[in-house]
Design a protein around this ligand. Sequence first.
Ligand code: SAH
Length: 350
Amino acid sequence: MPPEATPLAERLAGLIAATGPISLAQYMAEANAHYYASRDPLGAEGDFVTAPEISQMFGELAGLWLTDLWTRVGSPQDAHYVELGPGRGTLAEDALRAMRAVRFEPPIHLVETSPVLRQNQATRLPTARWHDDIDSLPETGPLLVVANEFFDALPIRQVLKTDKGWREIMVDHRDDRFVPVSSGPALDDLVPEPLRDAPEGSIIETSPAVESAARALAQRIAKQGGAALIVDYGYEGLATGDTLQAVSRHEHADVFAEPGERDLTAHVNFAVLDAVGRGEGLTVHGPIGQGQWLESLGIGARTAALVKAAPYQQEELITARNRLTRADEMGTLFKALAMTGKDWPVPAAF
Ligand code: SAH
């Protein structure tokens, strides 16, 4: 081990030495669990910036989007605000402030595993209740759920087309380094039929963790009513390609160096979210580009109103709107998908 090896790197290396290569999903799950548990990674000083950290307008419009739906189903008094992976709590704070302005003050439930981020969230949302996972959310009352850049942090599996067929990518430890190897079991049966003949070197990603979280959420909304807004970067449908990436200090970094010290993410397959939602009896809307979603909800008018209230911030506000909406920035790579319970109306912007 190099002298700067982290305790997690040492533990994973020990595990691999004892039992052989581990799955990529295990590597990613352990790296991210350590990463999020040990720091607040968000903001200009951290590793990456998310939409709610760019501008308050993102959370405000999410809050108004939820309130509009809630009003149209008759303002059920037992509804809950739920957020998955709320980061610093900025989105929730902005959303709930916008909701409060129209006298909607639901109880707040945050699904968050990181103790550091829970503490951070508690300073902004002192009345919130925290949950380790979706299962412990309240079992009665509609759930109004937001998940921004949550699903991209969940572990993925990758299969690689080799000259011997499709093989799972595993993580080995050789010469003091973690390396991806294709020594995993043959997985041809797991590869969707239309992709089986993809050329050698092709990679297909799946995420059992994304599927099971989406399913748990969809089952609750099917049973209790409600809606979920999922915003993330991703793609739709059958695709090949390696989207696993590491980010540190706003720069791309090596996925296999210093596990637990960088943010590991993968693009979300929205077709999977769509299939899971429909499979559980929900109506799925979109995905549409984040830019289209925000423009339809009136980010233009909101920018103008904020500029009027604080003219000295004009440039900053316009820059933020552009970052969130433009096609060459976050506007199209980031997508918004909504799931609604049976008999719930079509949400705004979809
Ligand atoms: N939604 C926030 C933060 C995104 S970063 C924003 O937009 O700024 C990812 C968030 O998901 C963090 O809060 C992280 O701690 C949380 N997270 C990651 N994996 C998780 C898991 N398995 N269960 C619960 N929360 C998780």
